[in-house]
Write a protein that binds this ligand. Sequence first.
Ligand code: ADP
Ligand code: MG
Length: 388
Amino acid sequence: MRYLTPDDFRVLGAVDAGSRNHELVPTKLIHQLSGMRAPSHVDRCISTLAKAKLIGRLPGQRQAYDGYRLTGMGADHLAMRVLAKRGVLAAVGNQIGVGKEADVYACATDAGDDCIVKFHRLGRTSFRNAARTKRNYGRSNNKRGNPAKTDNTDVSSWQYLSRMSAEREHAFMVELHARGYPIPKPFGRQKHCVVMSLVDALPLNQIDTCLDPELLLEKLLGFAERLARDGLVHGDLNEFNILVAEDGTPTVIDFPQMISIDHDEAQEQFERDVNALVSYFARKFDYHYTGQLPDLQQIRKDLQEETNAKDNRIDRVVAASGSLTKRQLKELDQAFARSKAEERQKTSEDEVDDGSEDADEEEGEAEGDSEDEVHGSADELDDEHIHK
Ligand code: ADP
Ligand code: MG
């Protein structure tokens, strides 16, 4: 990032802005949107950005069309630039985590605090599968054979999903942190990136001896129960998303997939979270829990009786803040469901469907279908849109 000039970033921003309406932003438009006078200077910036792979052309479209798209790395850089300007991020260091749905880097805030930046990559693997089989991923209303035009309702790219995922995780974290839950402190979000405090602890799966498994498990079950009383099910509360400090204190991470206790799958996911924890402790630490398990049905009943519990529930507060529309929530839901289904059947190639009408036969769709190739580019919705 240090080698990029402010003008390079201006041009990168122009490609981003143009991406809202174009899969490939025509070079002419990049010139216009950059608002810079000297065309040769803009061309130099374009070439720098292309060499750094922050913008690119479409595979197979090299000659046919004069335009660029923002790459995933380009989107990362733009987001980091804004976070740096806002004084959230001062430096980015080593990668410390590669999850299925995120890349995590150590970093530092302007104030010198250690933090991490989590780049959400929701749907990254589905997208690769989809691209590989030349199948449309998500809904696309593009006109065939015109790589330049994109439709504003096209929600196909993983950049779009990742941005919603980050938005949701950040919104949940702000609420949870304000209520004193043992989670990292959220510092900010931009596009698909969430910045939060670094937890100096090991994931539970890397801990071989636990001094007080009884206490730890009780804390974790207590976490699940408290969360449910605040209206939410974590949905991925496992040994990879629980960090345990040297003194045994747990911190829970990874929240974008959380669902409301009113969600169709709430019961199933709650039980899975809780049962998996109990059996993990039995397997790993030979600790066999005999106490009462938190009971979601009972919690729901209790909540119905408490008259003022409703307005205070985090699922309601976050939904009411209107950060994501109902349609977006549904899309996000589907994306997580897809991702989970994939995890369950990793071996199968391309069984996972997005359930939309044009996820049709793989053959016979390919010719003239340039949008198949456009992965990770339709970054058309900016943060403002998501807020609406
Ligand atoms: P995902 O599992 O969706 O890829 P996570 O939020 O679980 O994303 O992050 C991936 C990994 O990064 C975690 O398993 C953990 O090792 C590390 N990590 C994430 N957040 C933090 C944090 N705040 N402090 C320290 N390590 C973290
Ligand atoms: Mg995780």
